[in-house]
Structures are given as structure tokens and as C-alpha cells.
Unconditional design. Structure first.
Length: 262
């Protein structure tokens, strides 16, 4: 079973959590402290973004020539990227772990682009000016246990990720994706069936499911769920009751606050 970088740190006797936020769908924000350690990440699951907060000059990446860190340095480890680290002095750092499928789906949603344009390059000890602000916001969010601030920072980070230039084959066209999104938006308050979505673009359910996953990076079910959650977040600032919001966005309410999907 593949492990995340957080799993490897959990197994270390010298690494300790100072704050953590679980954002759902496997997304975690953690502030760690570590010292006097040697850690090898063997093809970890999930994409990892890290920001060094205090110290780091005694931390070396051995498989990259032994280069050392510093406060403010950023690292990005794409999923499956093996790396080997040696820590000789205390330091504190932030880790954001994003599973591949939710990240690709969020990239597709935020950029309104086919998920296959997603491109995440490995970075070791970079200034990465586009990433520093959202990662810093995640530090504040983790320390204050503020998931809304964390969600906003993750969305901003994904918005700033570069796109890959490539010619696409297969999948759904931009027009078909837009047609599906508009239909979903108009029908969030009702049960949505795969057959409904497939009919909108004139495809069989099986063919639509395959082509949709190719283009959005996730299943139609997960995509619709994400759209419903977004709709709930947008309405939470109004005076509507939580039950009214949930019903309008396609959720059923059981008890006072428990929300389940159709």
C-alpha cells in the first residue's frame, strides 16, 4: 500500500506535529518539527507542497546533490517522486498533501480547463514567488484551525499552478464540458443521474463516464458532489438556514446538522 509523506513522518520518532487540518478527500495541512533524522520517501502517494518556516539549513536532500534548505524555501514533490533527506538540526515546516484525483479535478474546475493540462513540476528549495502567499496563508489556517481559510488558500494555490501545453485527443470537448456544467448548475436541487448527464451530450452512459473522467480527472459523481459543496459554501454567508441551503444544493439533511449526499 502506498504511503503519503505524512505517513513517513508519523513513523519517525523525532518528527512531531505542531498543528494539523484535515480538509477532506485526503487533503491535509500539517506543521511539523523534526531534528536528527533520515527520511526516504519511496514513491509517496499524493502531491506534497512544503514551506520551511524555521531553520532548515541543517536539512539536506541527499538524492539532489546534498543541497540544503533555509527559511522561506519551497519544495514540491509530485506524486510518486522518490526522495532522500537528512536532518541534522531542528527545523519547522509546513506540508500540504493533495491526492492526485482531487487535485486534478480542482485544477480543471478552477481553471475551467481539461484536467490533462495539469502540470506539476518537482521543485527543491525554490523561492517560488507564486506559491509563497497561499502556503503562508495555510500556516495561519493550520495554527488557528480555520478550514475556510485553508480551503481558500488551497484554491488560490491551484489557481497559480502552471498549465501544460499539449494537444488533446479523446475526452469531451470544451463545449460539451460547458454544457454539462450548466446543466448541473441548473439541477443541483434534484437527484442527478449518469443517464441525464450523458443525454446532454448525446453519448452512452459508459462512453460518457470514460470521456468525462479523462477530461475532468475525476468521476461524474465526484464532480457533481464538488459542485454541490461549492454551492453550499457560496450560500453559507446568507441568512438561510443550513437545512434550506442543503436542500437547495442537492443534499438531504438528517437530524439538525448531519448532511448526506443523495
Amino acid at each position: 500500500m502506498l504511503s503519503t509523506v505524512s505517513d513517513y513522518l508519523e513513523w519517525s520518532s523525532t518528527a512531531h506535529k505542531r498543528a494539523q487540518l484535515n480538509l477532506g478527500t485526503g487533503r491535509t495541512v500539517t506543521i511539523w518539527e523534526n531534528h536528527s533524522d533520515r527520511i526516504s520517501y519511496d514513491k509517496p502517494k499524493g502531491h506534497t507542497f512544503s514551506l520551511y518556516l524555521k531553520g532548515g539549513t541543517g536539512t539536506r536532500r541527499l538524492d539532489a546533490g546534498g543541497i540544503t534548505g533555509r527559511p522561506g524555501a519551497i519544495c514540491v514533490l509530485p506524486e510518486g517522486q522518490t526522495s532522500d533527506w537528512e536532518i541534522t538540526s531542528p527545523f519547522q515546516f509546513l506540508h500540504l498533501v493533495l491526492p492526485d484525483e482531487p487535485l486534478r479535478a480542482a485544477f480543471s474546475h478552477i481553471h475551467d480547463r481539461d484536467a490533462r493540462y495539469f502540470d506539476l513540476a518537482e521543485i527543491t528549495y525554490s523561492d517560488a514567488p507564486l506559491m509563497i502567499e497561499p502556503l503562508t496563508q495555510l500556516v495561519f489556517a493550520a495554527k488557528s484551525n480555520d478550514p475556510l481559510q485553508a480551503d481558500s488558500a488551497v484554491a488560490e494555490l491551484i489557481y497559480r499552478l502552471p498549465e501544460r501545453r499539449k494537444t488533446l485527443q479523446g475526452g469531451l470537448t470544451f463545449h460539451q464540458l460547458r454544457t454539462i456544467d450548466e446543466w448541473i448548475g441548473d439541477n443541483l436541487g434534484a437527484p442527478i443521474r449518469l443517464s441525464d448527464l450523458a443525454a446532454e451530450v448525446g453519448l452512452s452512459e459508459y462512453h460518457f463516464h470514460r470521456m468525462f473522467r479523462t477530461s475532468r480527472g475525476t468521476s461524474p459523481h465526484n464532480w457533481v458532489t464538488m459542485r454541490k459543496v461549492d454551492a453550499v459554501k457560496e450560500r453559507l454567508g446568507s441568512e438561510s438556514k443550513i437545512a434550506e441551503i442543503a436542500t437547495a444544493c442537492g443534499f438531504s439533511v438528517v437530524g439538525q446538522f448531519e448532511i448526506s449526499f443523495f
